[in-house]
Design a protein around this ligand. Structure first.
Ligand SMILES: NC(=O)C1=CN([C@@H]2O[C@H](COP(=O)(O)OP(=O)(O)OC[C@H]3O[C@@H](n4cnc5c(N)ncnc54)[C@H](OP(=O)(O)O)[C@@H]3O)[C@@H](O)[C@H]2O)C=CC1
Ligand SMILES: CC(=O)[C@@H](O)[C@H](O)COP(=O)(O)O
Ligand SMILES: [Mn+2]
Length: 380
């Protein structure tokens, strides 16, 4: 029985993780659940899964929870609560399904406690991949990818030697505006940006897909997860999201992982690895699907991807800045404070104001993250 703590249990990945867990009660016990503001859903999850630890976004929300759960349940709150539940809930496996670089400190706490990590929260590796991967190595814990592209690559690499990898090909749907020219993006709305063609996901990652920042974050995530150079990581547009990513080997063989877009498949694989179990996802019918399409990436159409590669190649705190500026710009777009096309402008401007610090420690990462957020919040 794996003892599991889910950070971000009320979100898109969190709820699907609990759905997977509920289908395999013989394999998993939920020992901790952490969420932000969605207290009614968190309480429902607490009643169903009976964790020993619960974390809420604020002290007031934690007090509400305390009054409705058995007194032996430990209720904590805030970022300190996330760190505590990640490190002390007795989990041997922590799913990090928080959104944003907020996930960094709790992921590090889970690693310190020796728990294996199911990582959906890509921002953690983008902001501090070198620290996270090094600590995981030191502690002998596995970071198992949940993100669909990285799960696909992880599955393709099963048993293959690292030195036989020529390159990765991450697939990108193109996002909600993939059939619009850059000029046509001038007056797009939040509602339209939130309509992803293939996946139903949280708001932040859906906007990231539309700007292609998501693929930029994923390129950096892949660099850390699979220890490759940026020259070995390519992106191709694949509108159907049926091939979740590919690996080309030195002998020219290409391995791909395919399936209908359903995050319960990579989530379950991360939870049951190295085993496979039946899944509720619908089986892929390639005859019905008919044709798969591929288009070359256009870096002028999607500047966020160009900026991500530039930040990744620069290294150090540059990716911390890329991530933090993007988080703030997306939050401002969602609040309708800025237009869609301001997102990449803000990221580029904040990156241009930053002098990179190589091999930053955690304190430097957190300081840089805070600085980039303030800069991005002040720009028009
Ligand atoms: N959704 C998807 O299909 C995929 C997502 N990912 C990645 O997974 C991560 C999660 O994405 P997704 O599930 O879509 O995001 P959601 O926005 O749906 O969920 C985010 C979760 O984080 C919690 N949270 C947010 N802020 C805080 C806070 N301050 N304190 C505590 N908890 C907080 C939310 O709690 P609450 O709602 O209660 O406030 C919620 O449980 C992201 O990094 C995303 O890029 C990767 C691949 C696919
Ligand atoms: C489901 C998942 O992994 C998302 O991160 C997905 O990748 C978004 O799709 P695109 O970024 O390809 O639009
Ligand atoms: Mn993805």
């Amino acid at each position: 029985m794996k003892k599991i703590t889910v950070l971000g249990s009320t979100g898109s990945i969190g709820t699907q993780t609990l759905d997977v867990i509920s289908r395999h009660p013989e394999d998993f016990e939920v020992v901790g659940l952490a969420a932000g503001n969605n207290i009614s859903l968190l309480l429902e999850q607490v009643r169903t899964f009976k964790p020993k630890w619960v974390s809420a976004g604020t002290e007031a929300l934690a007090d509400q929870i305390k009054s409705q759960v058995p007194s032996q349940v430990r209720v904590v709150y805030g970022e300190a609560g996330l760190i505590e539940i990640a490190g002390n809930s007795g989990a041997d496996y922590v799913v990090c399904a928080l959104v944003g670089s907020l996930g960094l400190t709790s992921t590090l706490a889970a690693i310190e406690a020796g728990a294996n990590i199911g990582l959906a929260n890509k921002e953690t590796l983008v902001t501090a991949g070198h620290l996270v991967m090094q600590r995981a190595k030191d502690k002998g814990v596995s970071i198992v990818p949940v993100d669909s592209e990285h799960s696909a690559i992880f599955q393709c690499l099963n048993g293959e030697s690292h030195k036989t990898i020529k390159r990765l090909m991450l697939t990108a749907s193109g996002g909600s505006f993939r059939d619009l020219t850059r000029d046509q993006l001038n007056n797009v709305t939040v509602e339209d940006a939130l309509k992803h063609p293939n996946w139903s996901m949280g708001a932040k990652v859906t906007i990231d897909s539309a700007t292609m920042a998501n693929k930029g974050l994923e390129v950096i995530e892949a660099r850390w997860l699979f220890d490759l150079d940026y020259d070995q990581i390519d992106v191709v547009i694949h509108p159907e999201s049926i091939i979740h990513s590919m690996v080309e080997f030195v002998d020219t063989s290409v391995m791909a992982q395919l399936g209908n877009p359903d995050m319960r498949v990579p989530i379950q694989y991360a939870l049951t690895y190295p085993e496979r179990k039946p899944s509720p996802a619908s089986a892929l019918d390639l005859l019905k699907q008919g044709t798969l399409h591929f288009r070359e990436m256009d870096f002028n159409r999607y500047p966020c991807l160009r900026l991500a590669y530039e930040a990744g190649r620069s290294g150090g705190t540059a990716t911390t800045v890329f991530n933090a500026a993007n988080e703030i710009a997306v939050a401002r777009f969602l609040k309708r404070e800025i237009p869609f096309l301001a997102i990449d402008r803000i990221i580029e401007e904040v990156l241009s104001r930053h002098t990179k610090i190589a091999a930053p420690d955690l304190e430097t990462i957190l300081e840089t993250d805070g600085w980039a957020r303030l800069e991005a919040a002040a720009l028009e």
